[in-house]
Design a protein around this ligand. Structure first.
Ligand SMILES: [Zn+2]
Length: 126
C-alpha cells in the first residue's frame, strides 16, 4: 500500500500535514527522523520511526511521519522474483554480469537426485 492510499483509506487529509521539500531530500529526511523529541505518527500518534515525502494531487509534497507498524504497512514492494524460474533468471543475469562461466546453465532441481541426473523433473529423460 502506498502512503497516500493509507491516508486516504483512513480519511486523513493531506492539508493537515506539514509541507515537505520535493524528494530526494535526504538531508532533510535524516534530520526529521533523528529530531528530538521524535515526531508523532500521522496515523496513530505513536512515536514516528520513519518518514516519507508524499506528493498529493491538490496539496503537493507533504511530510508523512509514521510509526514502525504504519511504516511497515507502506514499505516499498520487494522486487524479488516469486518463482524459482524467476530467481534462476536473476542469478543467470548476475552471473553474466560477473562474466562467470556457465552463467546460462544456472538452474534449480527439485531434488538432489534430479540434479545428479542432470535434468529437471519436467524435462524428458536423456
Ligand atoms: Zn502509527
Amino acid at each position: 500500500m502506498e502512503p497516500a492510499d493509507l491516508l486516504d483509506w483512513l480519511g486523513i487529509e493531506p492539508d493537515g500535514l506539514e509541507a515537505a521539500p520535493a524528494p530526494p531530500a535526504r538531508r532533510e529526511i535524516l534530520a526529521r527522523v533523528q529530531a528530538m523529541p521524535p515526531r508523532a505518527c500521522v496515523v496513530c500518534g505513536d512515536r514516528a520511526a520513519t518518514v516519507r515525502i508524499v506528493s498529493f494531487p491538490a496539496a503537493g509534497w507533504r511530510w508523512v511521519d509514521l510509526c514502525w507498524d504504519h511504516g511497515m504497512a507502506v514499505r516499498r514492494r520487494s522486487r524479488l522474483p516469486a518463482t524459482l524460474e524467476g530467481i534462476a533468471a536473476d542469478l543467470r543475469a548476475a552471473a553474466r554480469e560477473a562474466s562467470l562461466p556457465g552463467a546460462e546453465r544456472i538452474t534449480f532441481y527439485s531434488s538432489f537426485e534430479a540434479a545428479v541426473r542432470g535434468r529437471r523433473d519436467d524435462e524428458e529423460p536423456r
